[in-house]
Design a binder for this molecule. Structure first.
Ligand code: FE
Ligand code: FE
Length: 181
């Protein structure tokens, strides 16, 4: 019987095969975990695109302070997308480049914040569930990554909820504090 061990020469592994030469396809990795990491990455890509679009719109409407906050959060989401990609590559998966949803444009500030709150709430739910699955799949590193992201998404959620709350309670005088540089 011909038994061919392709090892690291396995062409089907693709360009990222070199990332973790010790790990062969199907060995020590969970497709379930890779799929969850990729679902999270697609979610991050949506958040990045949404927050950047809001950053430009707010800048345009002279809400410079709020615009900067959006930019800062968008950059944090970029780091999340990158952390997820690195973990996916380590597990010999292929990081997705596609956001999982379209973005909203031309919203009023209150509506923008509702959009963002929904995005963060979905991420929190998703990452909480993903951490449990990683644990079941005995992948503690991926679990820790989800937990780290979770903490930061909760912070984002808190920022957006506070902003929305202040705008609702204080109205125009509060909005005025979000303008300028
Ligand atoms: Fe994120
Ligand atoms: Fe977030």
């Amino acid at each position: 019987m011909l038994c061919l061990d392709l090892g690291d020469r396995d062409e089907t592994l693709g360009w990222n095969a070199a990332r973790n030469p010790k790990l062969r396809k199907g060995e020590g990795m969970s497709q379930k975990v890779i799929d969850l990491l990729n679902a999270a990455r697609a979610r991050e890509l949506t958040a990045i695109t949404q927050y950047m679009a809001q950053h430009y719109e707010l800048e345009d409407r002279d809400f410079g302070k709020l615009a900067s906050q959006m930019k800062e959060i968008a950059i944090q989401e970029m780091k999340h997308a990158e952390d997820l990609a690195e973990r996916i590559l380590y597990l010999r998966g292929e990081p997705t480049t596609k956001p999982d949803a379209g973005i909203k444009k031309g919203q009023e500030i209150g509506e923008m914040l509702s959009t963002d709150i929904a995005l963060e709430q979905q991420a929190v739910k998703m990452y909480n569930e993903a951490a449990v699955v990683c644990s079941e799949e005995k992948d503690q590193i991926s679990k820790r990554l989800f937990e780290k992201l979770l903490g930061e998404e909760e912070e984002h959620l808190n920022i957006f909820e506070n902003l929305k709350d202040h705008i609702e309670k204080l109205g125009a005088p509060y909005l005025a504090t979000l303008t300028g540089e």
